[in-house]
Write a protein that binds this ligand. Structure first.
Ligand SMILES: Cc1cc2nc3c(=O)[nH]c(=O)nc-3n(C[C@H](O)[C@H](O)[C@H](O)COP(=O)(O)OP(=O)(O)OC[C@H]3O[C@@H](n4cnc5c(N)ncnc54)[C@H](O)[C@@H]3O)c2cc1C
Length: 387
């Protein structure tokens, strides 16, 4: 058992931390409040190679794995910049295209994802289907060599800043019965694709959208992979990286909040000479949250290691557990930090309450805590499915 990062991973962690701190939470909040994106940070991270750490070197990436990408997600979040699009573009889209795309698709898309000049976002959720992906209603029909895509998607992050969206559809002949998904790389300016921004109670420079697809015409090579058989494995390929990197973002956010609060409580004095942190009623909740964050980090490390070793089934269990643990730990850490900071906790200046919406959403998306508990109950504890 080895709990140490390699020297290269250590270097990556330090370098990403430095970049994250150069921008910091004030930058993140300023951008979000102005309705802008963290474009400068994204491009600098891309130039430095951090967005492509998990992409093979022949396509311009770093040749590492999800372990490295999780480090990037965690360290940027620990610096106060939790970037959801890291989970969507390099973790999901790059993995799906790299593992299941055609060589032509890899050559076309991976270099841009690696250097950050291109983003591909991910659209699976639908208003009617919700957590039940077997009910997906977005349909792909053949029209000669082309495909026509129709349906609706919701909560799709970052469509306004991406050149393409990876859309999960079902083929017309599989409209009933078990889902036979097909994934399409759709230009975000394709005729027939409309988006409308959702008003969300999350302070974030990244936005969510409703997508309407009305007979969006796509060439044959928009389908991910050589044939429709690539659909299901391609969809599953994105799940573990998604869970692991979103967990890493949660763990980083938890670390950030605890660091902000403990720095404050160690020096703030309101009862004579002693700091408020000397009172266990203040310190213990922070210590408890720190334990939960650290436990989540251990599980993230395990899940990423299993995934990078190609042990997908075990990585699936560990990745789900890591996502659950990190989602809970991040929400606890931010809430606890706000409390420990008192009134300062609710100010923009101290930069903790600004994360309340994001960590709350982290218990719902990209997979809810209940659906993870269902997964663990069925696949680890051998319980019957109730739904
Ligand atoms: C900030 C944010 C960003 C997002 N970004 C994206 C994105 O980029 N792309 C994308 O495709 N989607 C995205 N989503 C959507 C997200 O993945 C879904 O919101 C999530 O999967 C839950 O689906 P739902 O909202 O339809 O909830 P529902 O399925 O309606 O569920 C509602 C509640 O019921 C619970 N529930 C449902 N079924 C069961 C069951 N069988 N047993 C127990 N409990 C159950 C759920 O856990 C949840 O608490 C995003 C969501 C948010 C909030």
């Amino acid at each position: 058992m080895n709990f140490d990062l390699t020297p290269e991973q250590d270097q990556l962690r330090d370098a990403v931390r430095t970049l994250g701190r150069k921008y910091g939470h004030d930058y993140f909040v300023r951008k979000a409040k102005a309705g802008e994106h963290t474009t400068e940070l994204w491009h600098e991270a891309g130039r430095l190679g951090y967005l492509g750490v998990n992409i093979p070197t022949e396509y311009g990436g770093g040749g590492g794995g999800i372990t490295e990408l999780a480090l990037v997600c965690e360290e940027l979040a620990a610096a106060g910049c939790p970037l959801l699009l890291l989970v969507v573009s390099p973790a999901i889209a790059a993995t799906v295209i790299n593992k299941h795309g055609t060589e032509e698709q890899r050559k076309r898309h991976l270099p841009g994802l690696a250097d950050g000049s291109q983003k591909i976002v991910f659209a699976i959720t639908e208003p009617e289907a919700g957590s039940n992906f077997h009910r997906l209603g977005t349909v792909a029909r053949r029209d000669g060599d082309d495909w026509l895509l129709s349906g609706r998607k919701c909560y799709i992050s970052g469509v306004d800043e991406a050149g393409h969206v990876l859309v999960v559809a079902r083929t017309e002949d599989s409209a009933t019965g078990k889902l036979k998904p097909a994934l399409f790389i759709v230009p975000t300016d394709a005729p027939g694709l409309e988006k409308s921004k959702l008003d969300m109670e999350i302070l974030s420079p990244e936005n969510q959208f409703l997508l309407y697809l009305d007979d969006v015409r796509l060439p044959a090579d928009a389908l991910v992979g050589e044939s429709l058989d690539a659909g299901l494995p391609a969809l599953f390929a994105g799940l573990n990286p998604e869970r692991i990197t979103v967990a890493a973002m949660g763990a980083g956010t938890g670390r950030y909040a605890i660091e902000r609060a403990s720095g404050y409580t160690a020096t703030r004095k309101v009862w004579g000479g002693k700091s408020i942190g000397s009172h266990q009623g203040v310190a213990h909740p922070l210590a408890h949250a720190a334990v939960q964050v650290e436990l989540a980090r251990l599980m993230i490390h395990k899940a990423a290691t299993l995934y990078d070793a190609g042990r997908d089934l075990e990585a699936g269990v560990a990745g789900n557990m890591a996502k659950y643990a990190a989602g809970e730990a991040a929400a606890l850490a931010v809430d606890t930090a706000v409390q420990a900071l008192g009134g300062a906790g609710m100010t923009t200046e101290y930069g903790v309450a600004t994360l309340l919406g994001a960590v709350r959403a982290g218990r719902i998306a990209p997979v809810s805590r209940e659906m993870i508990l269902n997964f663990v109950a069925q696949h680890v504890l051998g319980q019957d499915k109730s739904y």
